[in-house]
Design a protein. Structure first.
Length: 215
């Protein structure tokens, strides 16, 4: 399996005070990490990663735990290079085969910090959908009523997302997607303009006028 990869969107994350690694957001795998950063994290050489990948080839699967990517580098000469990138699952599974001093620390970091980072990105995307849908509905309370939940759930989603179960988040997203995709009989072009108004009070005031037929 081969991919074309551009590293311009790489994100630098801190494992501890003395170690930073790079992850690259990816729609299919959530994120990818270059082998060189995996070696830094586990405190081993590139050859150790390569040998481990070969030795446990029945447990480290291409397309699931790692991918081979054609990367376009910014340095000269600008030519494609084949590189191996590790997925979230791959980084964590590697940690069970590598017995370095830093292995447990890095594996725990991969399970907690990185996954939480991706969860935060996904939560922000859901919050954006909720905000847009609430504008369409007229208020968070009306959206909550449409979903069939207490409005406090939407408040928790913004302020304390860990209090909202994954099942509930899926339910909220499903309803929001349905409303955003099918609309509720309003001028969606005008609503898109209203969404861009940053001041919440001004935005809600304009929306109320719109719903009352003033705009």
């Amino acid at each position: 399996m081969s991919y074309k990869k551009n590293e311009n969107q790489a994100i630098s994350l801190s494992v501890n005070e003395n170690l930073q690694v790079t992850v690259i957001p990816n729609e299919e795998f959530e994120f990818l990490m270059p082998t060189k950063d995996v070696t830094l994290g586990y405190g081993v050489s590139n050859s150790v990663i390569r040998v481990t990948k070969h030795r446990y080839s029945d447990e480290l699967l291409e397309g699931k735990h790692f991918i081979s990517a054609v990367t376009i580098c910014n340095s000269e000469p600008k030519a494609p290079h084949n590189k191996v990138y590790w997925t979230k699952r791959g980084i964590i599974r590697l940690g069970f085969f590598i017995k370095s001093e830093r292995a447990k620390l890095f594996r725990d970091w991969a399970e907690d910090l990185v996954i939480n980072k991706i969860d935060k990105i996904e939560n922000n995307q859901l919050l954006s959908k909720v905000e847009k849908t609430a504008i369409l509905m007229g208020s968070n309370a009306k959206l909550a009523a449409r979903i069939g939940i207490n409005p406090s759930v939407l408040t928790h989603l913004r302020n304390s997302p860990h209090l909202v179960s994954a099942h509930m988040q899926e339910r909220i997203e499903m309803v929001c997607n349905h409303i955003l995709n099918n609309g509720i009989g309003v001028d969606t072009e005008l609503v898109q303009l209203l969404i861009q108004v940053e001041n919440k009070e001004v935005r809600n005031g304009l929306f109320n006028k719109f719903m009352g037929g003033v705009l």
